[in-house]
Design a protein around this ligand. Sequence first.
Ligand SMILES: C[S@@+](CC[C@H](N)C(=O)[O-])C[C@H]1O[C@@H](n2cnc3c(N)ncnc32)[C@H](O)[C@@H]1O
Length: 237
Amino acid sequence: MSGAEFDRHAASYDGGLDNPVKRMMGSSADQFIAVKARWLLRRETGLRDGSLNLLDYGCGAGDLMRVLADLGARPNFAGCDVSEGMLAEAAKRWPARHGPSPALAAQHGARTPFADGRFDIVTISAVLHHVAVAERPGVYRELGRILKPGGRLYVFEHNPRNPLVRYVIARTPIDENAILLDATEVRHGLLDVARYDLGTEYLMFMPPGIGLLRDVDRVLTWLPLGAQYVVSARKVA
Ligand SMILES: C[S@@+](CC[C@H](N)C(=O)[O-])C[C@H]1O[C@@H](n2cnc3c(N)ncnc32)[C@H](O)[C@@H]1O
């Protein structure tokens, strides 16, 4: 597993907004990230009080952590990635108004340098579809290792059951080697290596740029057709 593929996208990384269909749905990559960040803040209200340790695994340019901080989250942020170029962007793009940048660590394959049970919350967003199928179990094992008992893991992914998602991914340069996976595959992968209480919700039924339609998204989370899904996994103590 090498970061070289992403090193060449790092400096210009904008969340795949080089795709015209995606640009029609939202004018900035942050609008897409904010859907996940708002969902997390509703689910994890403790994120606002500064005592939780949160790791964003495969953090890329650090956008999820930055948007969470913009919306008022104050955990101890850490990020890791296989791409040194992406980590350099994450450090560079972190706004001074949010204080020191997150602790950023390079991965060696799936493995991170963090101690067992280090994190209360781990997020992994738009990463697994870039990981070769044979290497995914190693990622699931690592996520389970660094999460503390009772900790929560949130896996955000593109939903292959949504035809527009498949259309966009097939035409986005950064996704040229992507292999999409559905929520069932994530759930089985997680349960193969650790004990969790699991839940799944579907997100992003409406273009994220239209704030008035946010409530529609909130009532459809059960319908497996949203552009994104999130598998929530609470590690059994
Ligand atoms: C599409 S970007 C998503 C970045 C970020 N999570 C976000 O939501 O903005 C995919 C990221 O996954 C990283 N990545 C790919 N394979 C990985 C792996 N096996 N472990 C960790 N990160 C990986 C890439 O380097 C890249 O930064």
